[in-house]
Design a protein around this ligand. Structure first.
Ligand code: S3P
Length: 428
C-alpha cells in the first residue's frame, strides 16, 4: 500500500472494541450457564478465531457485526472438537484456551499460523502440566501444534517469572476447574480483565498485591457485556494527534483500565496536550473520551512496572519518540521479542528504513530525537498488526511517500484502521 504525508488529522472516531476483553467475553460466555450478550465486540481476525474455536467445541454463538450472543450451557457441556482448533495469529486465544482445555476430560489439538508456531508456549503448558494436564507439542511442549488431554487438575501456587496476563489467565482458568485453590503471583501486575470479568460472571477471586487466587468448582452465570474501545488501538491515533501538525482528534469510549493506561502516562510525561473525560457507567471496565492535540514532546526513560501497562504500545511509542526532543530509552521490555514478531527487531529495522536514528538494546531500544523522517522507502509489517499500524502513522509524517507491505495483518485487531486514518486526514 502506498501512503503519503498528510497536512493534519482532525475529527472524531469511535475506536473498535477492546481485543483482550472481546476474547474473554466469548470464552467466559461459553463457560457460563445462560445467554451472554456482547455489545461492541471487536470483529477482528483474532477474536473471530476465538469464536470459531468455541463453536468447534459445540457452543452456539451468533454474531451480527459487533453484537455477539453466546448460548452457554456450563463448562462441562464443552465437547471434544472433531478437528484442529485453529487460533490463527492469536496468542490470547491459544494461551487462555489452553487453560480451559487443561481441565476438560477430552482430547484436542491446537495450532495457528507461522507466527504462532514460533511463540513460546511452555510458559503456559508447564504450570498446566504441574496441575495435572497432559500436554504435548514440538520441543517438549514449547511450540505448536499442541495436543491436550485434560481433566483431574489440582490447584497450585504458581510464581510466574514474567508479568503476563495470558499466563495468569490460563492458570486461573485451569484453577477454576481444579481441586482446591490456585494462586498466581507475578513480578508486576499485568492487565486484569480476566479478574474483572470473572467477578462479573459471579466467580469469587481474592487479590493480594500481585497475587490472585481462585477456588475450583465455581460456576459462571451469563452476563450482558459492553466492550469499551481498545486503548491499544486508540494509542495509534493518540500518537498521531500529538506528532502531526495542526491536529486535534477526539477518541470516543476508550477503555481506561489502569492496568492498560501506561500510554496515557507516557504521553502526559512527554508533555502531550491530552484531555480525558471519564464516563460514569456501571461497566466492569472504566472508559471515557480522549482528546489529543499537536504537542511539543520531550524524551523519556520508560522501564520497570509501567512496561506491562504499555507493552503493546511500544511500537507506536518508538515512533512518538522520534518526534520528541532528546533520547528516549525503553528498557525492561525483553517480552517484545516474543510478540507477533520480535518487536525490538521489527520496530528498529522498519523505522531505520524511514531515516530514524534508533538502536536495539537487549531489553528495549534507544531513540534519538527529534528527527525528520525522510521516507521514500519500502517497509513491511512483517505480518504484525501493530508494526503495520505504526508504519501507517509514520507515513503521515515522511517527506516522501512510502510503500507498506503486508498491511492485511492489521485486520487482526483493527480492520477499519486505514478508513479511520483517511477520514481524519487532510491531504498535503
Ligand atoms: C494479552 C496480554 C498481553 C498482550 C496481548 C494480549 C491478553 O500478552 O501483549 O496482546 O489479552 O491477555 P502477555 O500476557 O504475553 O504479556
Amino acid at each position: 500500500m502506498k501512503r503519503e504525508k498528510v497536512q493534519s488529522l482532525n475529527g472524531e472516531i469511535h475506536i473498535p472494541g477492546d481485543k483482550s476483553i472481546s476474547h474473554r467475553s466469548v470464552m467466559f460466555g461459553a463457560l457460563a450457564n445462560g445467554k451472554t450478550t456482547v455489545k461492541n465486540f471487536l470483529p477482528g481476525a483474532d477474536c473471530l478465531s476465538t469464536i470459531e474455536c468455541f463453536k468447534k467445541m459445540g457452543v452456539h454463538i451468533e454474531r451480527s457485526g459487533s453484537d455477539v450472543t453466546i448460548h452457554g450451557k456450563g463448562i462441562s457441556a464443552l465437547q471434544e472438537p472433531e478437528s484442529l482448533l485453529d487460533v490463527g495469529n492469536s496468542g490470547t486465544t491459544i494461551r487462555l484456551m489452553l487453560g480451559i482445555l487443561a481441565g476438560r476430560p477430552f482430547y484436542s489439538a491446537v495450532a495457528g499460523d507461522e507466527s504462532i508456531a514460533k511463540r513460546p508456549m511452555k510458559r503456559v503448558t508447564d504450570p498446566l502440566k504441574k496441575m495435572g494436564a497432559h500436554i504435548d507439542g514440538r520441543a517438549g511442549g514449547e511450540f505448536t501444534p499442541l495436543s491436550v488431554n485434560g481433566g483431574d487438575l489440582t490447584g497450585i501456587n504458581y510464581v510466574s517469572p514474567v508479568a503476563s496476563a495470558q499466563i495468569k489467565s490460563a492458570v486461573l482458568l485451569a484453577g477454576l476447574q481444579a481441586e482446591g485453590t490456585t494462586t498466581v503471583t507475578e513480578p508486576h501486575k499485568s492487565r486484569d480483565h480476566t479478574e474483572r470479568m470473572l467477578s462479573a460472571f459471579g466467580i469469587e477471586l481474592s487479590e493480594d498485591n500481585t497475587s490472585v487466587s481462585i477456588k475450583g468448582g465455581q460456576s459462571l452465570t451469563a452476563q450482558d457485556i459492553f466492550v469499551p474501545g481498545d486503548i491499544s488501538s486508540a494509542a495509534f491515533f493518540l500518537a498521531a494527534g500529538a506528532i502531526i501538525p495542526n491536529s486535534r482528534i477526539v477518541l470516543k469510549n476508550v477503555g481506561l483500565n489502569p492496568t492498560r493506561t501506561g500510554i496515557i502516562d507516557v504521553l502526559q510525561k512527554m508533555g502531550a496536550k491530552l484531555h480525558i473525560t471519564e464516563s460514569s457507567g456501571d461497566s466492569a471496565e472504566p472508559y471515557g473520551d480522549l482528546t489529543i492535540e499537536t504537542s511539543e514532546l520531550n524524551a523519556l526513560e520508560i522501564g520497570g512496572d509501567i512496561i506491562p501497562r504499555l507493552i503493546d504500545e511500544i511500537p507506536i511509542i518508538a515512533l512518538l519518540a522520534t518526534q520528541a526532543e532528546g533520547t528516549t530509552i525503553i528498557k525492561d521490555a525483553a517480552e517484545l521479542k516474543v510478540k507477533e514478531t520480535n518487536r525490538i527487531d521489527t520496530v528498529v529495522s522498519e523505522l531505520r528504513k524511514l531515516g530514524a536514528n534508533i538502536e536495539a538494546t537487549d531489553d528495549g531500544m534507544k531513540i534519538y530525537g527529534k528527527q525528520t523522517l525522510k521516507g521514500g522507502a519500502t517497509v513491511s509489517s512483517h505480518g504484525d498488526h501493530r508494526i503495520g499500524m505504526m508504519l501507517g502513522i509514520a507515513s503521515c509524517l515522511t517527506q516522501e511517500s512510502i510503500e507498506i507491505l503486508q498491511t492485511e495483518a492489521i485486520h487482526v485487531s483493527y480492520p477499519t484502521f486505514f478508513d479511520h486514518l483517511n477520514k481524519l486526514a487532510a491531504k498535503a
